[in-house]
Design a binder for this molecule. Structure first.
Ligand code: NAD
Length: 502
């Protein structure tokens, strides 16, 4: 099979601190692999606590003394719009690098690059249009909300759609006036190396954006524990989120956590089955199944279960798996051999927990690289690990149900609560079910398309706090209440009675 290697790959990936590309103080580096050959193609600086200290000091200086937090929203928005223009202008290059580093299919990586640009444009608009509340007590008082950036924000991101997820945090943090320290995922640091140039060209002052590469247990941990970082926005696994939550407690940091998922897609017998099939196939196999909102448990009403399973398996078996750079590819290579091994362990486990209908191992003809054939298990009981645990790969569990109450119980019977997808033509049931299902986001007769103004986030083990639209700006800003007296102050007068007098 051909293997596309982008021209002009960097020889090494450095940190970006205070407007300069720098090595680790210790000189330590780590190897980054590409997921098609699993060979190292670049080394990245391995950040330690001292590198995080330097990055936080630069960001802190930008916060206390620099212009960025003090600019008018319109001036910040102009910079954000230039960033969006630059991202859009190089979307093809971004997609090429992202695909090379992550193994995501090129057409999907291109969509993610365009979404990253849109995040900046959206928050540029929002910060200019933003208004805050005032409360009048006629003749007595006026109270108003003064919004101000919280301080240095620590942004910690995963590897599944790296550039887009970074933009999701960078755009609202910068729009709010917060300088940032970004710690991208160690599996996929390549596309993050483009931010420094994009931001500098757009006119972001030095020190406002800082990037420290490295491992979570070293660079990430030091960022979480740093006393001058009052905010942590984290996206990643639930267990990592729990560790970060504990570590943030020492300093009572603000936290936003977008964690794992095991989202149900519920297909009732009265659904438009063609549309449900298209959507539930895309819902779990797009982004190689490495998608937090993947509908990886499909619950199907008994009368259409056999037909649905047969048609689903037939389509899954025809999904084009191959070179991530080929525009015809629908599922590429999983990000890293460690992750590939984990997904393959679930595939093997599934053979004893369910009935294998499609896939079940490495696709034929792809003997190297982290390729997994789209894998479908039917008759999966709710006690199965492949029903309960996040696999984060191209693997789906199908389970039948007989009643609406049983469907709801199955949907809610996992520790996660990120998304749910519901297919039915019964309007009343659609809304009743949607309002009862334990999920932060529900899509009715629709796949995962999200308006940027809507809340994003999960419940239960899928997250803490909601971002999206104004909620993101609320996270990165303090809303200070200022109370102003109009006219005489009506305070009880303490200390007006002389001692010894009655
Ligand atoms: P991960 O938790 O292993 O790593 C995420 C980031 O945290 C990485 O940058 C890592 O270096 C860092 N990290 C690890 N240990 C740390 C520590 N002790 N202190 C500080 N930082 C630390 O997650 P991953 O494997 O990169 O990503 C996949 C996971 O992300 C899946 O569970 C997926 O569902 C989740 N995810 C969630 C969303 C969402 O919006 N809910 C979106 C995408 C991915």
């Amino acid at each position: 099979m051909t293997h596309h290697v982008p021209d002009g790959l960097p020889g090494e990936l450095k940190h970006y601190i205070g407007g300069e590309l720098v090595d680790s103080v210790s000189g330590k580096t780590f190897d980054v692999l590409d997921p098609v050959t699993n060979t190292p193609y670049v080394t990245a600086a391995a950040g330690q606590a001292e590198d995080v200290d330097r990055a936080v000091a630069a960001a802190r200086a930008a916060f206390t003394d620099g212009p960025w937090p003090r600019l008018l929203p319109r001036a910040r928005a102009r910079v954000l719009n230039r960033i969006a223009d630059a991202v859009e202008a190089q979307d093809a290059r971004l997609a090429e690098l992202e695909t090379f580093d992550t193994g995501l299919p090129i057409t999907q990586a291109l969509g993610q690059a365009q979404r990253a640009a849109e995040n900046f444009r959206f928050f540029a608009d929002l910060v200019v249009a933003q208004s805050d509340d005032t409360y009048q007590v006629p003749g007595r008082q006026v109270n108003y909300v003064h919004r101000k950036p919280v301080g240095v924000a620590g942004l910690i991101t995963p590897w599944n759609t790296p550039f887009m997820l970074e933009s999701w945090k960078l755009a609202p943090a910068l729009a709010s006036g917060c300088p940032v320290v970004l710690k991208p995922a160690e599996f996929t640091p390549l596309s993050a190396s483009l931010w420094a140039g994009i931001f500098a060209d757009a006119g972001l002052p030095p020190g406002v954006f800082n990037l420290v590469n490295g491992f979570g247990e070293e660079a990430g941990d030091a960022l979480v524990k740093h006393p001058d970082v009052p905010l942590i926005s984290f996206t990643g696994e639930t267990t990592t989120g729990q560790t970060i939550y504990r570590n943030c407690a020492t300093h009572l940091k603000g936290m936003s956590m977008e964690l794992g998922g095991k989202s149900p897609a519920i297909v009732f017998a009265d659904a438009d089955l063609d549309a449900a099939l298209d959507s539930t196939l895309f819902g779990v196999f797009s982004l190689n199944g490495e998608r937090c909102t993947a509908g990886s448990r499909i619950l199907v009403e008994r009368p259409v279960y056999d037909e649905f399973c047969a048609r689903y398996a037939e389509r899954a078996a025809d999904i084009v798996v191959g070179d991530p750079h080929d525009p015809a590819t629908e599922v590429g290579a999983l990000v890293h051999p460690e992750h590939y091994e984990k997904v393959m362990r679930y595939v093997e486990l599934g053979k004893s927990e369910g009935r294998l209908l499609a896939g079940g191992g490495r696709p034929s003809g792809l003997d190297t690289g982290n390729y997994v054939a789209p894998t479908v298990f039917a008759d999966v009981p709710p006690t199965a690990r492949i029903f309960q645990e996040e696999i984060f790969g191209p693997v789906v569990a199908l389970t039948p149900f007989d009643t609406e109450a049983e469907a709801l119980a199955l949907a809610n019977d996992v520790k996660y609560g990120l998304a749910a997808y519901l297919w039915t033509s019964n309007l009343e049931r659609a809304h009743t079910f949607a309002q009862s299902v334990e999920a932060g986001m529900v899509w009715l007769n629709s796949h995962n398309v999200r308006d940027l103004r809507t809340p994003f986030g999960g419940v239960k083990a899928s997250g803490l706090g909601h971002e999206g639209g104004y909620r993101s700006l609320d996270f990165y800003t303090h809303q200070q209440a200022i109370h102003v007296s109009l006219g005489p102050v009506h305070a009880p007068r303490f200390g007006t009675v002389r001692k010894g007098q009655s």
